[in-house]
Write a protein that binds this ligand. Sequence first.
Ligand SMILES: [Fe+2]
Length: 499
Amino acid sequence: MSAPVSTSVRDTGSDLRDTDGRPAPAVVLDALDTARAGVLAYQSEMEALLQSTQAELQSALGQLQSTQGQLESTQGQLRSTQEQLESTQGQLRSTQGRLRETQQALEGARGELAQAQADSARWQGDCQQQEREKRELAMALARQTDRNRQLHAELLDVYQDLNNENLPELILRLCAKLTGSESGMFVDLSNEHTLAAMRIDDKKPEVRDALYGFTRQALQQEKPLVRNDGDNLPDGLQLVNLAALPVLLKGEPRGVILVANKREGPYTEDDTDLLLSIGRHAGIAMENTRLHAALAEAYLSTIGVLADAIEAKDAYTRGHCESVSDIAVQVARALGWEGEELRQIRYAALLHDVGKIGIPDGILLKPSRLLPEEFQVIQRHSLIGSDLVNRVPALRPIAPLILHHHERYDGLGYPHGLSGDQIPIGARIIGVVDALNAMTTPRPYRDSWSMHEAIDELRRCSGTQFDPMIVERITGVLDLQEEAYAEELDGEEAVLTAS
Ligand SMILES: [Fe+2]
């Protein structure tokens, strides 16, 4: 900027003139100088102002530039922030997306949890139900176990009370015992026959007719018949209730079991189930018993034929086998034997000399004393007899008794020279009874001994030829027989005296 001009118009050399060419007056010049000074001053002021303004402008520009820099910096920050914001927004959106997914997953999980909770509650309910059922089953099992134990004890009682030979009675008593009944009957309707009766008088026609009516009805319907209303039962029966069930074998009716007067309450389904179960087994048991009886009859017939054959051959043994059998059975009973053991000793005693069939008549029937070699032949009869019965399966168990019935307690007998307990006890019994019977029976070469003489002889040979225990038992049995005989004689004498 230039400095203000201090020269006047005149100094400038200007030659001012008017239109007429005349020089400008001094006044005008002065005025012009004044104006000029004013303009110069103004110009100076303006220049100063301009400079000031320029400085301000520059300052402002600097500030503006600074501001602009700041602004740019701020813009940069802003952009950065915006980018961060956008990044954050992106992250936020991503997070929101994940959050939504998580929320959905959470909702899914919540649903599954609810389902699982419901399942768990249901399972818990099922568990509780199963637990209840388990407890009930355990209680039922315990009750059933108690019942079975009781039934077992009752069955044992029944078996101990009864001889198995009477199977219908056994079955009837079993049914009565297990159902708590006081009365009953077992009927074979094929021949209108009462096989067993318990506290029922079936001899009375009205009772028999009424009860047989119920049994026929049970047989026709082939299932248990129950009458728990005593008022509807015929008068005269004196029954408060009854149950009848058919006994079937292979689907065929074999009979009817009727139980009556249950002590506690009416007959229930449990009772009829139990009766049906027994009925099924009873049919089989009855058939077995029938077959067994038929077989036993066939064996008995065989034994009878063999016994007859011995007696037919040797007149002196006639009645001997029967007698030995009777006393041997009495001794066995005195020893406490029963059932099959008793049957075996009876058959063995009947057949103990069956081997004599194989001995030549010349020796067997020789009226005089036997020579030693003849006695050796006779001795073979125990071996022959044993072989003979061994061929009959049902008689096989008695073969040892026949084989050893001539053994001696001291071991000096035959055929094997056994002694003491080596000799089967049945054979020892038969040996003693056989000797007793032989002594009391007349022979061609001697008279018979009296019973007292024979017993004395048994006692004399007790411990050598005979088992002392058997001798003691047999004398006890004979004493009892003698007492009974004496009482019989006294009775007959009293009758004779009175008449
Ligand atoms: Fe003999």
